[in-house]
Design a protein around this ligand. Structure first.
Ligand SMILES: *[C@@H]1O[C@H](CO)[C@@H](O)[C@H](O)[C@H]1NC(C)=O
Length: 364
C-alpha cells in the first residue's frame, strides 16, 4: 500500500532528539517498519496548493497520515482526487483539517482515526502555563531582564494572581476537565464550564465546577476564559466581536483548541481596545500562520497581553511518543484487517460518523 505522511520539517533539530518523531526526518519512527512489510512510504512537508507534493501523491495514496501541527488539509476536492483512499490517520487529536462531512455524505468507504488522549495532559499543562504567563505578565518581565533592564513597576502594574479569580472553560471534555482539575490547586473564586452535556455529578463535585448553559452568561462572569472544544461548524468563529462584548472588561482569554474558533481580527481588536487584557495560546488559522497574522504582534495598552506560541502544546516529546505509537497501532490494526481500533480513536468508520463531538451533536 502507499502511505503518505505529512509532517513538519525539523532540519538540524531532527538529530538533536531522536524522539522528535513528528518531523519528516524521523517520520513517526515507522519508515523501516512500513517498508520492510512491503509498503511504500512518502513523507513530505509540502502540503498546500495544486503543485504541492501532497496534492501530487493523493491519486495513488491508500492511506494519508496528517497532524494538527502542520495540517495537511484534506478538502472535498482532494478526497475526490484520492480514489484509492481507505484510511486517514491523524497523529494527534483534532480532525477539523479533513472534510469529514463530505466523507460522511459521499458514502465513500473511508475511515478517519485519531490518537485520542495522546495530547490531553500536554495541552492542559499548556493552558495552565498560558494563564500564568498572561495573568502574571511574565513575557514583558522576562524580556526586560534579557534586555538588561530593571523596572519593576513597568511589569507589576499589569500583573495579578490566579487565586480568587473566576475561571470558565468553553468545553469540559478530555482537555477542559483536566484544566479544571489542575486549577483547583490555585484556589479560584469559582470554576465554570459550558458544554453540550453536563459532567457526571461526581466529576463536577470533584472540581467544584458549575455548568452555565448560556455562553454569554458564562463569559460575563469570568476573569479568565479558556477554549477547550473541538472545531466544527458549530464552534467556528464562536468567539467573535459579538461574544467578546459580553466578556468582563479586561478578562484574559486562552485558546489552545483551534485558531478558527476565535475570529482573529475581533480578538486582536479586543486586546488593543482593552476589552481583553490579554490573549494567549498556540493555535492559528491557517498553519503555518502568515507573517502578518494579527496575533503575532497584538498588544494591550501596556505593550503586553500576548502569550502566543507556534502550535506545539500537543507535540512535546512525551506526546510525540504517544501519538507515534498510537498511529502505529492503528496502521497495524488496518493492515492485519482486524480493525480492532480503540473506540475512542474512531471519528468516521467506513465513511460513517462514530463520535458525538463532530457528528451527531453540532453544539459545542
Ligand atoms: C451523514 O450522512 C447522512 C446521510 O448519509 C446524513 O443523514 C447525516 O446527517 C450526515 N451526518 C452529518 C453529521 O452530517
Amino acid at each position: 500500500m502507499k502511505v503518505v505522511l505529512v509532517l513538519y520539517d525539523a532540519g538540524k533539530h531532527a538529530a538533536d532528539e531522536e524522539r522528535l518523531y513528528g518531523c519528516t526526518e524521523n517520520a513517526l519512527g515507522i519508515k523501516d517498519w512500513l517498508e520492510s512489510a512491503g509498503h511504500t512510504l512518502v513523507v513530505t512537508s509540502d502540503k498546500d496548493g495544486e503543485d504541492s507534493e501532497l496534492e501530487k501523491e493523493i491519486p495513488d495514496a491508500d492511506i494519508i497520515i496528517t497532524t494538527p501541527f502542520h495540517p495537511g488539509y484534506i478538502s472535498k476536492e482532494r478526497i475526490q482526487k484520492g480514489k484509492k483512499l481507505k484510511l486517514l490517520v491523524v497523529a494527534g487529536v483534532g480532525s477539523d483539517h479533513i472534510d469529514l462531512d463530505y466523507i460522511n455524505e459521499s458514502g465513500r468507504d473511508i475511515s478517519v482515526l485519531e490518537v485520542t488522549g495522546s495530547n490531553v495532559v500536554s495541552v492542559a499543562e499548556h493552558v495552565i502555563m498560558t494563564m500564568l504567563v498572561l495573568v502574571r505578565n511574565f513575557v514583558p518581565a522576562h524580556e526586560q531582564v534579557m534586555a538588561g533592564g530593571w523596572e519593576v513597576a513597568a511589569v507589576a502594574k499589569d500583573a495579578f494572581d490566579i487565586e480568587g479569580k473566576t475561571i470558565a472553560t468553553i468545553g469540559a471534555g478530555r482537555i477542559g476537565y483536566r484544566v479544571l482539575e489542575r486549577l483547583v490547586a490555585f484556589n479560584p473564586k469559582e470554576l465554570l464550564y459550558y458544554d453540550y452535556q453536563a459532567l457526571p455529578a461526581e466529576a463536577e463535585a470533584k472540581v467544584n465546577a458549575r455548568r452555565v448553559e448560556d455562553i454569554k452568561e458564562l463569559v460575563a462572569q469570568a476573569d479568565i476564559v479558556t477554549v477547550n472544544c473541538p472545531l466544527h461548524a458549530g464552534s467556528k468563529g464562536l468567539v467573535n466581536a459579538d461574544l467578546l462584548k459580553h466578556f468582563k472588561k479586561g478578562a484574559w482569554l486562552v485558546n489552545t483548541a483551534r485558531g478558527a474558533i476565535c475570529n482573529a481580527a475581533d480578538v486582536a481588536a479586543a486586546v488593543e481596545s482593552g476589552q481583553l487584557r490579554g490573549y494567549g495560546g498556540d493555535v492559528w488559522f491557517p498553519q503555518p500562520a502568515p507573517a502578518d497574522h494579527p496575533w503575532r504582534t497584538m498588544r494591550n495598552k501596556y505593550g503586553a497581553g500576548n502569550a502566543m506560541t507556534p502550535h506545539y502544546s500537543g507535540t512535546v516529546i512525551d506526546a510525540q511518543i504517544r501519538y507515534a505509537q498510537g498511529t502505529k497501532n492503528i496502521l497495524e490494526s488496518f493492515f492485519t484487517q482486524k480493525f480492532d481500533y480503540r473506540p475512542q480513536d474512531i471519528i468516521l468508520l467506513n465513511g460513517k460518523y462514530k463520535t458525538k463531538a463532530y457528528g451527531a451533536d453540532k453544539k459545542v
